[in-house]
Design a protein around this ligand. Structure first.
Ligand code: SF4
Length: 460
């Protein structure tokens, strides 16, 4: 759960990276960082917190140069600490290097142990630092060959940006699990931009050119832009959860509009789990397009029966007296006139532990709903993700140990229906180019018993 942004060949590289990260804020709120290059050296600033709180105008003015990379982080591997904030910037025998990463490596622990045994000293606990040490240890001469050599050792999901004093290099893992897109600033024909999602281009008036292909390396330097394929080919496995929940609905991934896909998930859900009802409401924001699709397919009015507060950060103040639905109510509040006396279909994107769904169902019922039918626009989440989405351990996922009927009883819904795996894949256009391991347990990159992090997640 991270976002990356890079730009090459623009005098305002730090400012534009700041704006790009702003548009990617939904991908990580824990820390933010930007590293720029003025052609001779790198300049870095990283901080804990949101993008807007991490950079002042003055701090941005101390990041000179025509190229930059930036990162927003939500920790999936490595703790929540400034030492794990990215981009990582280091000086090494060949100059300076910065790197940032979205994804998780499945063999990071083994590689780290091997590198430490050979004398590498790590400064952080994040997977990303493994790349730096592998690059430094490589026997290859050219920088891009060193990156390819390093990547030949790693397994897992990665959308990566590297920056040296005079180049920007983007790489997407051979299965294309995490997204990465290429854009161009039309006002500066030679200013190329790279981002996790194209919604970052819109804010800076850049044009979306195309997705970075799975296994592709894009090198941008003074001689222009070129593409290389240094990694062995693998069957593509784009993350389905990006479409279901994670990506912004105004983004396009793999040529598909996330908004349209979510509507289509809702339409398919309506076909699989119809119910007689008076109103369809989403759990905002991510449930909105699926609810529109469900309501249209069933010809039931769509209404906003829950309103989301957009100003919720972390709260440390809890009332001493118990307040009904506190926690969920910080984020969501019911609209009673929409719900009172009605048979309500509530559309959400997923159920993780079940505790939030239970509170939402109760909140809707307490606001006067006659019936509450919960519909989920993805299959039951039964398995943890090892590829960069923050999920709890298998034991904590309610669907790993409970049937749909048991979950319905736990969340106190009158009925519960999940989208089927086949329905989800067909709404995505069909084919087997997708990862759906958190729903199916079919991990494209198998884990090994030696990987302690994975074994912890799976509860062994
Ligand atoms: S396991 Fe789930 S969340 Fe993780 S990459 Fe695969 S589809 Fe995405």
């Amino acid at each position: 759960m991270c976002g990356v942004f890079g730009i090459f060949g623009h005098p305002e590289s730090a400012n534009l990276t700041y704006l790009g990260l702003h548009a990617l804020q939904h991908r990580g709120q824990e820390s933010a960082g930007i590293v720029t290059s003025d052609g001779e050296q790198l300049h870095a600033h990283r901080a804990m917190g949101l993008v807007q709180d991490s950079f002042s105008q003055e701090q941005l003015s101390h990041l000179p140069g025509r190229s930059a990379i930036g990162h927003v982080r939500y920790s999936t591997a490595g703790g929540s600490h400034i030492k794990n904030a990215q981009p990582i910037a280091v000086d090494w025998a060949r100059g300076s290097l910065a790197v940032c990463h979205n994804g998780n490596l499945t063999n990071a622990e083994e590689l780290r142990a091997e590198l430490e045994a050979r004398g590498s000293i790590f400064q952080s606990d994040s997977d990303t630092e493994v790349f730096v040490h592998l690059i430094a240890a490589s026997k290859e001469i050219a920088f891009e060959d060193r990156i390819a050599d390093a990547l030949s050792r790693v397994k897992g999901a990665y959308s990566l940006l590297f920056m040296t004093e005079d180049s920007l290099i983007a790489v997407r893992d051979p299965m294309g699990i995490r997204p990465l897109c290429l854009g161009l600033l039309p006002s500066k024909k030679d200013a190329h931009v790279i981002a996790s999602e194209p919604c970052a281009f819109d804010l800076i008036d850049a044009e979306y050119v195309r997705d970075v292909e799975p296994g592709e390396m894009i090198i941008i330097d003074a001689s222009g832009i070129r593409s290389a394929r240094p990694l062995p080919e693998a069957p593509p496995r784009a993350c389905t959860f990006e479409y279901v929940y994670f990506a912004r609905p105004d983004s396009k991934l793999g040529g598909r509009s996330v908004y349209e896909i979510r509507k289509s998930l809702g339409r398919t859900l309506a076909t699989e789990h119809p119910v007689e009802a008076d109103v369809v409401i989403p759990v905002p924001d991510s449930g909105v397009p699926a609810a529109i699709g469900y309501a249209a397919a069933r010809e039931i009015p769509f209404e906003m029966g829950l309103i989301r507060s957009h100003y919720v950060g972390r709260t440390f103040i809890e009332p001493q007296q118990s307040i009904r639905h506190f926690g969920v109510r910080l984020k969501l509040n019911p609209v009673e006139p929409v719900l009172r006396g009605r048979r309500v279909v509530v559309i959400d994107d997923s159920i993780v532990r079940g505790t939030t769904s239970r509170k939402i169902v109760k909140m809707v019922r307490d606001a006067g709903a006659k019936e509450v039918h919960l519909r989920i626009s993805s299959p039951p989440t039964q398995w943890p993700c090892y590829y960069g989405i923050d999920t709890p351990t298998r034991r904590e996922l309610i669907a790993s140990s409970h049937s749909v009927d048991e979950i319905a009883r736990y969340v106190t819904a009158d009925s519960l229906g999940y989208l089927s795996l086949e329905g989800m894949v067909s709404a995505l256009g069909g084919g087997d180019g997708f990862c759906h391991a958190c729903f199916s347990g079919q991990y494209a990159i198998p884990f090994t018993p030696s990987n302690k992090r994975q074994m912890r997640l799976v509860g062994v």
